[in-house]
Write a protein that binds this ligand. Sequence first.
Ligand SMILES: NC(=O)c1ccc[n+]([C@@H]2O[C@H](COP(=O)([O-])OP(=O)(O)OC[C@H]3O[C@@H](n4cnc5c(N)ncnc54)[C@H](OP(=O)(O)O)[C@@H]3O)[C@@H](O)[C@H]2O)c1
Length: 351
Amino acid sequence: MGAKVAIVGATGAVGREMRRLLADRSFDLDGEPVFLASERSAGSKLPWRDGEVEVRAVSEDAFAGVDIALFSAGGARSKQWAPVAAEQGAVVIDNSSAFRMDDEVPLVVSEVNPDAVRTRPKGIIANPNCTTMVLMVAAKPLHDAFGLTDVVATSYQAAGGAGQGGISELLEQSAELIGDEERLRTRGLDAEAAVEAETFSKPIAFNVLAHCGNFTDERYTDEEWKLVNESRKILHLPALRISPTCVRVPVVVGHGIAARLTFAEPVTRDGLLEAFDGAPGLLVEDGTGLDGEPLAYPTPLGSAGRDEVLVGRIREDLTDPHSANIFVVGDNLLKGAALNAVQIAELVVRG
Ligand SMILES: NC(=O)c1ccc[n+]([C@@H]2O[C@H](COP(=O)([O-])OP(=O)(O)OC[C@H]3O[C@@H](n4cnc5c(N)ncnc54)[C@H](OP(=O)(O)O)[C@@H]3O)[C@@H](O)[C@H]2O)c1
């Protein structure tokens, strides 16, 4: 018999992809899934295969009979309801940051540390942050080959990383500003003042914001600290040195990360390509267009709707023979969130 699955946050940007993946992949489901969200959505209907399933508000009895609960409704909801679901026997796969750094909760990227799903004393498995996830898929094969010691990473994070609200804000502001080229060209502060920023701290349309998440220790944001702490936990490298800068860009879906990786061993471009060859969940798109070589590099927009993480601009560092520079992209809603959660569910079911 298959698994009874619930999605907490089924109406959200990530929840929508979870519903699609559960319907499309050959996941062995026990009947229809349970779709949960806030009181606001209770009673509404969401499409499921050829029919519809009614959305229910999360409650104590919503998890009865549920084998796997995919949580994607923010940290506060996870903290409140994940232990309730686990107590009732469900394996919780949590997409929020609530439990990621808990020593008793494995933090799993399905291609990187799949075996970690087996040890889950709290009945909870955490899905990493979307930027960390995308970087890990490319960093792991290089770490296996050369021994990773340092990372300098700058992210280019899509508005959709902040959920449906972030996508709407980008599109609405873009529509508001696009007709006035003169203002965008010569009166930028007026353009910024003409639109309202709610999800982000400044207008995101036609802009680049050096601010993702909330400012916290040492003047870094929590999004930047996630990259530091989660990478160390996933790779089992507590001493890994990471310098992060997370930046929000006007892309709907698809995160990019420019990373300089330093290794114990010296690296060459050929060695890097060999290490990437056949790495699970990863595709190389890398060409300069010079000397008859096709021009190829991945883009965040081009990653939207794709399962794979893509890597390009693979270069030896100009100054350090132990370092390499790469550009990695991935769909933040898919591999960065919903797909990895469903892949973890598949690992759990496989046992
Ligand atoms: N977006 C990404 O790229 C991404 C990547 C990795 C992880 N995440 C994490 O995934 C989670 C969801 O993100 P999202 O982007 O899908 O956000 P979103 O589009 O804003 O969706 C939020 C979801 O949470 C539900 N929710 C809100 N308040 C609730 C409550 N009091 N009780 C029950 N459900 C409630 C919403 O239901 P209603 O529709 O009823 O309000 C909606 O289904 C967050 O924890 C986020 O940090 C997101």
